[in-house]
Design a binder for this molecule. Structure first.
Ligand code: NAP
Length: 349
């Protein structure tokens, strides 16, 4: 049997694509990823980056805070009886992903908890291979495999992931272990500026560690960070090792002055990496056109077409700029509509 559309990935882009494809009677097959230790360590488990976050306050439709009060002002009295009782909490990343997954399944989406490890884009139909060794054929493919946060690649960093080492200040910054303590943010781009500024809400001091003598970040964001009295910049500096112990997790970092080679141990209860993201495109083995960082390139303006006809992309795997749940869901919807129309034009219904 040849699938009409296979969707690879299970973040908001993948599920939005599945909801639209299922409602178009395309009976999509989603490969949501495998539950492997390797995927856990690289941050590529099923349900994507949102599954690694806590509260989501900016996804339209899920107002945080006391929703009942909000609804009383927003919805006319006669219509409130249609509203379900609400606990007052918005939605968490994992909840949002489970809701999207269920919504896709309700319309007949089939889901495999397996990774696609190989795609042959030269054959028609396309041929796909999974980690478990299954082979699948598909007339069209939607790639929604997202991106993962980069880490420095130190052994000590791996050891303290979730014990003080993070790549998401917004997800983890409010944890008690970081309150009124010194923290380290690594990087010099907009993300590093944003993370450092955000962490000053909780930390006593944020050390912004950057390997060069100037930031890559936009002027305005760099200026905001430089003017923040709680941020102290360590220029021309690298992190050589994350220090810590079993009981407390991270207790500091060993910094290296990249000019003189001198090292210094700095006390800190956390280290946040903000050194960019890597799109999950390795499995494509260069068969689709990507940019220099590996992000899939859209080949038509305002469409989700890729360089191979019949293969569409959605979400962060093709977006290094917006990287939001709502934009991913939006392009997921677009990819399903593009796939449906393309299949129709090929006479596949
Ligand atoms: P980025 O712009 O690629 O910056 C990555 C930073 O990490 C660079 O300063 C880089 O140093 C440093 N870095 C990379 N690898 C490193 C390593 N192995 N060791 C130490 N440092 C390393 O990534 P980003 O900050 O995540 O931003 C990505 C995109 O999102 C950008 O287009 C950005 O404008 C956008 N963004 C926008 C906003 C906003 O407008 N609110 C917020 C966040 C992100 P070098 O400078 O030396 O290369």
């Amino acid at each position: 049997m040849t699938e009409r559309v296979v969707i690879i990935g299970s973040g908001p882009a993948g599920w939005a694509a599945a909801i639209y494809a299922a409602r178009a009677n395309l009976e999509p097959l989603v490969f949501e990823g495998a539950q492997t230790e390797e995927n856990r360590l690289s941050g590529t488990l099923p349900l994507g980056q949102l599954n690694l976050t806590t509260e989501v306050e900016n996804y339209p439709g899920f107002a945080a805070g006391n929703l009942t009060q909000f609804l009383e002002t927003a919805i006319p009295e006669g219509q409130r009886k249609y509203m379900a009782p609400h606990s007052g909490h918005g939605v968490s990343g994992p909840e949002l992903m489970e809701l999207m997954r269920q919504q896709a399944k309700n319309f007949g989406t089939r889901v495999e908890t397996d990774d696609i490890v190989e795609v042959d884009t030269t054959s028609r139909p396309f041929k796909l291979k999974t980690l478990e060794g299954k082979e699948v054929q598909a007339h069209s493919i939607i790639i929604a495999t997202g991106a993962r946060a980069n880490y420095l690649g130190l052994e000590s960093e791996d050891k303290y992931k979730n014990y003080g080492v993070s790549a998401c200040a917004v997800c983890d910054g409010a944890l008690p272990r970081f309150r009124n303590k010194s923290l380290v943010v690594v990087g010099g781009g907009d993300s590093a500026m944003e993370e450092a500024s955000y962490l000053t809400k909780f930390a006593s001091t944020v050390y912004l560690v950057h390997r060069r003598g100037e930031f890559r970040a936009s002027k305005i964001m760099a200026q905001r960070a430089l003017e923040n009295p709680k941020i102290s910049v360590k220029w021309f500096t690298g992190v050589e090792e994350v220090l810590g112990d079993e009981k407390q997790g991270v207790t500091g970092v060993r910094l290296k002055d990249l000019k003189s080679g001198a090292t210094e141990d700095l006390a800190a209860s956390g280290m946040f990496c903000a050194i960019g993201h890597t799109p999950n495109t390795n499995f494509l083995k260069g068969q689709l056109q990507t940019d220099d960082k590996g992000y899939i390139v859209y080949t038509k303006p305002f469409r989700t077409d890729t360089s191979v006809e019949g293969i569409f992309a959605a979400g962060d795997v093709a977006d290094s700029y917006y990287r939001q749940a709502i934009t991913s869901a939006g392009t997921g919807c677009m990819a399903a509509l593009d796939a449906e129309r393309w299949l129709g034009a090929q006479g596949v219904h």
